[in-house]
Design a binder for this molecule. Structure first.
Ligand code: GLN
Length: 306
């Protein structure tokens, strides 16, 4: 295995110079359609704390669905295995915002990383926490060891103003008895968590917590056992990229999570955490160039979890 990370990042950048970045920006969230599609960043942090970066790694990115891993961690720390009565752990094989399974599976989403599942997790946090937005913000700040981390209210309200699909998912689950709070209140929190902004450097710092540090994962009152953290990796591997999770496991071979802001974070639990950012998305809603960069990374490193 080659662990000359800085040389490998340089090679990846050179290999991607002529990458045909055909993807589209997520125009269904108007604010995200305004982002410069040529942005690109990569940041790898080893478990010993060394960081290797390239490009726009200090620019704030809308983390979108990557937040689903962090809210799930909080919810598990609050209610433990009870959560699996309300959301499953199977890949859905459907797009991230699909509603079809909810109808015939009694309002129980297939997994916590599709939108329906994440909305159930948001519902749990809204039920259990006094001030969910502030507490989620504090949790992420704690994981990153930084305080200048904020929601982007413009992005949240832009998404909310046209969030018909998420409203449909939430109302379907409410009708089936799998949402405790009012739809509007749950979605208000959900859109806030998606609008959280982190740099690539902060993302790899936050998710370094899921590597085998020998420490329980978490911050403050929200802590997961090592076994629960391992299970989060299992979920990221099987469900982190929606109906492209199989492809990601096949091409990259690491647990990870993407968001429609164009960021992807992935980790080799015994070695490092890596984040990439390139806004144009492929048809499955994952960053095209980001996926390619990570495929090149594990190929050149000669590693994966397998
Ligand atoms: N906020 C986005 C949504 O609910 C998140 C989707 C994503 O990043 N895949 O559609």
């Amino acid at each position: 295995m080659n662990t000359n990370y800085s040389a490998i990042i340089e090679e990846i950048v050179a290999d991607l110079k002529d990458f045909d970045n055909q993807g589209k920006l997520p125009s269904y969230i108007p604010e995200l359609a305004k982002v410069n599609r040529d942005k690109f960043a990569i940041c790898l942090t080893t478990i010993s704390g060394q960081t290797f970066k390239y490009g726009d790694s200090e620019e704030k990115i809308s983390i979108q669905s990557i937040s689903k891993v962090l809210t799930l961690s909080m919810a598990i720390s609050l209610i433990g295995a009870e959560i699996w009565k309300r959301v499953g752990v199977e890949p859905s094989g459907n797009p991230f915002n699909s509603i079809i399974q909810l109808e015939y599976e009694n309002g129980i989403p297939r997994n916590p990383f599709i939108n329906a599942g994440a909305i159930v997790v948001s519902d749990i946090l809204v039920s259990k926490l006094k001030n969910p937005k502030q507490e989620f913000l504090n949790f992420v700040r704690g994981l990153c060891g930084k305080s200048d981390i904020f929601y982007n209210e413009q992005v949240a309200s832009s998404e909310k103003s046209v969030g018909y699909m998420n409203s449909s998912l939430a109302y379907m689950m409410k009708a089936k008895g799998n949402l405790e709070n009012e739809v509007e209140e749950v979605l208000d929190f959900y859109y806030a968590q998606c609008s959280l902004e982190l740099t690539c450097t902060e993302l790899s710092q936050a998710f370094l917590n899921f590597t085998e540090t020998g420490q329980p994962f978490g911050h403050g009152d929200f802590v997961l056992s090592e076994s629960a953290a391992r299970r989060m990796n299992a979920l990221m591997l099987t469900c982190g990229f929606y109906d492209e999770s199989g492809d990601f496991a096949f091409e990259v071979g690491l647990p990870g999570k993407s968001g429609v802001g164009g960021a992807i974070v992935a980790l080799n639990p015994q070695l490092y955490c890596v984040s990439v950012w390139s806004p144009p998305l492929n048809k499955k809603g994952n960053s095209s160039k980001g996926m390619k960069a990570l495929e090149l990374l594990t190929t050149k490193l000669g590693d994966s979890i397998f």
